[in-house]
Design a protein around this ligand. Structure first.
Ligand code: HEM
Ligand code: HEM
Ligand code: HEM
Ligand SMILES: *[C@@H]1O[C@H](CO)[C@@H](O)[C@H](O)[C@H]1NC(C)=O
Ligand SMILES: *[C@@H]1O[C@H](CO)[C@@H](O)[C@H](O)[C@H]1NC(C)=O
Ligand SMILES: *[C@@H]1O[C@H](CO)[C@@H](O)[C@H](O)[C@H]1NC(C)=O
Ligand SMILES: *[C@@H]1O[C@H](CO)[C@@H](O)[C@H](O)[C@H]1NC(C)=O
Ligand SMILES: *[C@@H]1O[C@H](CO)[C@@H](O)[C@H](O)[C@H]1NC(C)=O
Length: 491
């Protein structure tokens, strides 16, 4: 804010030589707004209105803020907004006219025509992002007949016409589409414009104001700005948007950590209650993430109808989890009474990994949906790392178990006392013939054939009650019918 803005302008009007040289039209009326933090201009807006309703405007700010927006009105609701963001290649500026409907993403309206103006000599970077896409978003254009819109209008005679402005979060973003989904602002505020200083009441003629009123001897450039005919900013609020991140974190925690952990606990430790408890925690995390997801979804045009692939898949996954949870509880309840495997347990066994896989996929889909596709690389690395850890420990466990499995060929009368045989898992191995072999171990992971014939992981020993001690014979082993997988161990 420079208090001398008006006098500078007056002096400039006086020194008409500069006008001739730099192509600045000091006869055209204009108001300027310059929002600075620590001396850096974060948001610059210049306005010139012609009597026929055409609005000539300049709006610029650092590209790290993703997008810049001006709104005509005192709040988002019913405001006509003009939003500028980098094009898909990051080098040009896309300008989108939108109508606000509340505290949600404003909706693109095709009723207004934006005409980019490239031939102002003082604005060589018009409608580009300077410094090869790393500097300043510069929108420099005319909005045809923009002083009235379906839900409001500019009061061209007001000395305090309310305006709102906002800046996006620092995020990588760019699109050629005027309907692109923009992330929520990280800063917003208000100011008022003296429209009498900005409006030409006598005709159609207008010029995009050079926002950077030059000091006397300097030509206008992208770093020197002034305020004129506008109030200082007020009600400026910086707000972060932790919700999408919370949604992503909860979902990642559930599908990358908790559910796999629960599956591993089931697979290797056969602790059904631990498994159930862990998976319920995961389910609660998904529910919480879903609640946050609904909240986020309401704010954006792309998601407010719940029709995007990510959301539909998410809802399918949620339904699947609900079924999975019910099946798990039901199977367990039945099993506790009957000690028999159930078809429900089978379905649970297959549905679980399928849902977990879908969830992992939907995380990647979600990152794309949020315009955060860069996250997919670290995400994929983490998933692969965890998969490798699980696969590695699985392989190791399977190997260890295959070593310690009961192996009658060749028969070892003193099985347990073999030299070199580690007895850490079987402290006292009885002599062959005295006792049945150790309870059958859980099979290799995801080896359903072996798996299903086990009655239940919860109480594995119960499955082997028919094989009582006393008359144990080798034939009993070969006739052992139920474990096709385990047969390998007896060949
Ligand atoms: C994705 C797009 C957007 C979303 C989701 C969004 C969301 C919101 C929300 C939730 C608030 C309430 C903040 C609070 O309670 O502290 C708000 C306020 C505000 N937003 Fe936005 N906004 C969006 C775009 C914009 C744009 C483009 C502008 C300006 C051009 C803007 C300007 C403002 C202003 C000035 C306020 C405070 C006044 C009011 O309550 O309306 N917003 N916005
Ligand atoms: C939404 C939550 C749940 C998910 C995602 C889930 C997932 C799974 C998965 C992936 C498996 C296969 C594990 C393996 O490799 O052995 C499994 C097996 C099993 N789960 Fe769950 N589970 C959930 C909830 C429950 C609950 C609440 C219980 C009961 C307390 C339960 C009981 C079981 C049992 C008994 C098995 C073994 C089934 C069999 O081998 O036939 N699960 N579950
Ligand atoms: C259950 C499976 C789901 C998973 C694993 C999941 C995961 C994710 C992830 C990782 C993101 C990226 C967030 C970011 O980068 O900031 C995301 C975005 C999003 N998700 Fe989900 N989600 C699921 C279900 C849902 C559902 C059911 C909804 C809607 C009700 C939803 C709404 C959204 C929305 C609106 C975004 C975009 C947020 C933004 O643009 O910043 N998600 N999701
Ligand atoms: C970006 O601007 C340059 C220079 O004005 C132009 O040549 C190019 O076609 C523009 N690209 C897009 C996608 O508009
Ligand atoms: C810029 O171009 C428009 C249309 O091509 C023209 O009407 C206008 O006079 C030009 N302005 C300048 C300053 O050259
Ligand atoms: C401007 O738009 C209004 C409606 O918003 C319309 O009534 C009027 O005719 C338009 N004027 C011109 C010059 O197009
Ligand atoms: C207003 O517009 C008319 C033409 O429509 C033009 O001659 C005049 O110079 C403009 N006045 C200002 C202050 O821009
Ligand atoms: C822009 O102009 C100001 C004075 O108005 C000057 O101090 C600054 O060095 C100039 N910046 C560039 C990049 O020319």
């Amino acid at each position: 804010m420079r208090p001398s803005g008006a006098s500078i302008l007056a002096c400039l009007l006086w020194i008409t030589g500069i006008e001739a040289y730099f192509g600045i039209d000091y006869h055209a009326k204009a108001s300027y707004f310059n929002f600075q933090v620590n001396g850096n201009s974060l948001y610059v807006f210049g306005l010139n209105v012609a009597a026929n309703g055409d609005i000539y405007f300049h709006m610029s700010g650092p590209v790290i803020h993703t997008w810049l927006g001006i709104g005509f009105g005192s709040e988002m609701k019913d405001a006509l907004m003009i939003i500028a963001y980098p094009s898909a290649n990051g080098l040009n500026t896309t300008i989108s006219t939108r109508l606000g409907s509340g505290h949600t993403e404003p909706v693109y309206t095709p009723d207004f025509e934006i005409i980019n103006i490239y031939n102002d000599t003082y604005a060589p970077n018009a409608d580009t992002v300077t410094d090869r896409g790393t500097g300043t978003i510069i929108s420099h254009a005319m909005c045809r007949n923009c002083t009235t819109w379906p839900t409001g209008s500019l009061d061209l005679h007001s000395t305090e016409q309310p305006m709102i402005f906002a800046l996006g979060p620092s995020q990588h973003f760019g699109s050629d589409s005027v309907e692109a989904s923009i992330p929520r602002h990280s800063l917003y505020g208000q100011f008022t414009v003296d429209m009498t200083k900005a409006t030409n009441y006598t005709g159609w003629y207008g010029r995009v104001p050079a926002p950077n009123i030059p000091d006397f001897i300097y030509p206008p450039n992208d770093t020197s700005f002034a305020s004129f005919g506008t109030s200082p900013s007020f009600n400026v609020v910086t707000m972060s948007n932790p919700m999408p991140t919370a949604h992503a974190l909860l979902m990642c925690a559930a599908f990358v950590l908790i559910f796999p952990m629960g599956a591993v606990v089931m697979q290797f430790l056969r602790k059904t209650l631990w498994h159930g408890a862990i998976q319920i925690v995961g389910f609660v995390a998904v529910l919480a993430g879903f609640g946050v997801g609904i909240n986020v979804a309401r704010q954006y045009n792309k998601s407010k109808n719940f029709s995007s692939g990510h959301q539909v898949l998410g809802l399918i996954i949620l339904a699947g989890l609900l079924i999975q949870l019910g099946l798990g509880l039901l199977h367990h309840a039945i099993f506790v009474r009957t000690k028999q495997p159930t078809i429900i347990g089978r379905i649970h066994f297959f549905l679980g990994p399928s849902i977990m896989l879908l969830g992992l996929i939907n995380i990647g889909v979600g990152f794309n949906f949020a315009g955060n596709s860069r996250m997919n690389i670290p995400y994929a690395i983490v998933v692969v790392a965890i998969a490798l850890i699980i696969a590695g420990s699985t392989g190791c466990l399977v190997y260890c178990r295959s070593r310690r499995k009961y192996k009658p060929e060749p028969p070892h009368p003193q099985f347990g006392q073999q030299p070199g045989y580690s007895d850490y898992e079987m402290p006292r191995q009885p002599t062959f013939g005295e006792q049945p072999p150790e309870a059958y171990e859980p099979p290799t992971p995801y080896s359903p054939i072996g798996h299903f014939t086990i009655d239940s992981p919860y109480t594995p020993l119960s499955a082997y009650t028919p094989v009582t001690p006393k008359t144990w014979k080798k034939e009993d082993i070969t006739n052992w019918p139920h474990w096709p997988h385990a047969k390998d161990d007896y060949q």
